[in-house]
Design a protein around this ligand. Sequence first.
Ligand code: UDP
Length: 323
Amino acid sequence: MKIFVTGGAGYIGSICVEQMLNQGHEVTVFDNLTEGHRKAVDPRTKFVFGDLQKPEQIAAALREAAPEAVMHFAANALVGESMTNPSKYFRNNVYGGINLLDGMVAAGVKKFVFSSTCATFGPPERNPIDETLPQRPINPYGESKLLFEKILRWYDQIHGLKFVALRYFNAAGASENYGEDHRTETHIIPNVLKVALGQKDHVDIFGNDYETPDGTCIRDYIHIIDLAQAHILALGRTESALYNLGTGGGTSVREIIAACEKVTGIKIPVKETPRRPGDPPLLIAASEKVKRELGWNPQYQSIDKIIESAWAWHKKHPTGYGD
Ligand code: UDP
């Protein structure tokens, strides 16, 4: 298929693009490179430097590419930043997304795959989190993604635009060529690996008094290649749907650090610090619906395998993409 990808220079987008190209799809990447990196864009794509805040730029790029489907990764995704600068999140994640949808309607593109998030649920009343639970986000990031899920329902009803929203849990790991390089790194695994690389002297454990077996937060880490596979499967769906996307397993912060020590063979010094505001103790996906309806079958269920792939990439690219 001909696929148009926004945010294809970012961590998740770049690896989804690579996997689609490997499976024979033709890809155009549209990115403004504020978060992404030009070197993260696979050379087999056509790259368009553009901004979703400019309706005419995105409309022209879609007209020109004439894709069969759009995958929309371009967004801001830091919970903490969204709590201090909500405007940025609503402008980029909602207004930017509407410009993209309007460009699709004008160009007659009817298929859409959307990067949503488990942050649309807020603290869940039970785990694992299935698609029937109420969505009550507790930060502007989660709210912006939930608003966009709602907007998509109306574009389906009114314009016949079919969408699949994938609510990611914790994306992690790397492919051989592409990995995680955020300008501001807040995520646990790359931060632990920075210590192993000698770029940081310790990692903080945010909170050791949660109601979990070892007192630290538990998350559902999903390998980036499994996540990419779900996007490719979503292209085959003809009706709109929303899926929670995680493996159904959980790993605590202490277990992540122990697994990083095992994989790297390097002792990781830690500092136990107070809780990070807004972190729920436990977030685990119910993955039955996406397995049943899309035939998704994750290959990397072990946290060691996920960390091994991340470590291989970080060792090869100690300064990330170097920009
Ligand atoms: N975390 C931590 N130290 C860090 C970064 C993260 O203890 O340097 C914890 C964080 O509080 C959360 C878990 O690791 O409980 C996963 O955080 P991350 O930012 O990787 O993903 P999130 O679940 O927030 O999307």
